[in-house]
Design a protein around this ligand. Structure first.
Ligand code: NAG
Ligand code: NAG
Length: 365
């Protein structure tokens, strides 16, 4: 029957159609396997739970996800076509997030604690929704005055200096804050001891009581925890997703004396800190679907909101393209198949794009 339709279409010189449909099915199957996707019904039926019924619901859920996946696929293709025409400096690609709607991407993936309740590093000013005046006063202060101007190199990449561990995957646990903090500690540990060691993100997720583990947390709470308790290595305390504290006090791999925050919204200060200190924990507005589906190039999206940072990562370098487009190099925790082998390049010196310099901090070791 299918063959028949194909033949008919062939006659109608619409050669592409059947092939496209068939290859789309293949791509869908391959994508599901690659990302370990299995679909179960989203809604319990309540009364009837027969096997047949659950199979039907499962296929309905899969149908729903497939439709979103196709929509995202078209979005990616359209964006990349525009990128080829020079309308964007980055490309999108199908990845783990391909079956999520924009709403799901923006709601589900928030892994940094409430952005508006962040305590400022200096002064007694709290940035809360209730104190906009206070916030304004603080922002009026010229942070550049406090920064010592230094000649900075054109390129920095701590991956090439053995200060960055391999890219991890946070999976369904929204623990970017812990990956970001562990990354900054790993950098300082490597700088101090010359040894690159994976530190335990799970230790932070389970034991930093001020944070919500897999539901989000703060980078600076993680540094404070390490200051008080020290941190185990990944080997001693591996990432398995369970959530009760099994911190081993006789196997401390890293300790810190506290943390510093980088002057806010100041990309020069961030570059200087990166140069002088090493990898720095940063946060950006990361819940846009263009970010989730980022493949390569220098990310720039006008919808990115520098005042709404919700995703933590690790800044490991900066540079500029042959065309002179400046970028930051950022390590993410979405696995190596996301972005540029797990990394993001995002535009630099473009008005604190996506809030890259809004909440940067690093541990003192
Ligand atoms: C700037 O750097 C110089 C030399 O390292 C130092 O003496 C001075 O205190 C610094 N100024 C500030 C404001 O940090
Ligand atoms: C804690 O670490 C020490 C030293 O590595 C080891 O001997 C001990 O068995 C560990 N304890 C637990 C409960 O894993």
């Amino acid at each position: 029957m299918l063959l028949c339709v194909c033949m008919l279409l062939l006659v109608a010189s619409d050669l592409g159609f059947c092939q496209d449909e068939a290859s789309l099915d293949d791509q869908w199957e391959q994508w599901k396997i690659k990302h370990g996707k299995q679909y179960y019904s989203r809604h319990q039926t309540g009364t009837s739970r027969s096997y047949r019924n659950s199979l039907q619901q499962r296929s309905r859920e899969e149908e729903y996800r497939r439709a979103i996946w196709e929509k995202n696929k078209l979005k990616i293709e359209a964006h990349n076509k525009e990128a080829e025409q020079g309308k964007h400096s980055y490309r999108l690609g199908m990845n783990f997030f391909g079956d999520m709607t924009s709403e799901e991407m923006s709601e589900k993936m928030t892994c940094l604690g409430m952005p508006l309740h962040y305590v400022k590093s200096s002064g007694s000013c709290y940035e809360t929704a209730e104190a906009p005046q206070c916030m304004k006063d603080f922002k009026d202060m010229d942070t550049k005055e406090q920064v010592n101007m230094t000649c900075l190199p054109n390129f920095i990449d701590y991956r090439k200096r053995g200060m960055v561990t391999r890219v991890k995957n946070q999976g369904n646990c929204y623990s970017c804050w812990a990956f970001s903090a562990a990354g900054a500690l790993e950098g300082q540990l490597a700088k101090k001891t010359g040894q690159l060691l994976d530190l335990s993100v799970q230790n932070l997720i389970d034991c930093v009581t001020e944070s919500d583990g897999c539901d989000g947390g703060f980078i600076t709470d993680a540094f404070e925890y390490v200051q008080d308790n020290g941190l185990n290595s990944e080997e001693v305390y591996p990432y398995i997703g369970k959530q009760w504290c099994r911190h081993n006090t006789s196997a401390i791999a890293a300790q810190c004396k506290g943390f510093n925050k980088v002057p806010e919204e100041d990309e020069y200060a961030l570059a200087k800190t990166l140069y002088e200190v090493g990898p720095v924990s940063v946060a950006i507005h990361g819940s846009l679907d263009e970010f989730m589906l980022y493949k390569n190039g220098v990310f720039y999206n006008p919808e990115c909101d520098k005042d709404y940072v919700d995703h933590a990562m690790l800044l490991v370098g900066y540079g500029e393209t042959a065309k002179g487009l400046k970028y930051w190099i950022v390590k993410n925790s979405y696995g190596e198949s996301w972005g540029e082998e797990g990394y993001l390049r995002i535009v630099r010196d473009r008005g604190n794009h996506c809030g890259i310099a809004s909440e940067a901090s690093y541990p003192l070791m």
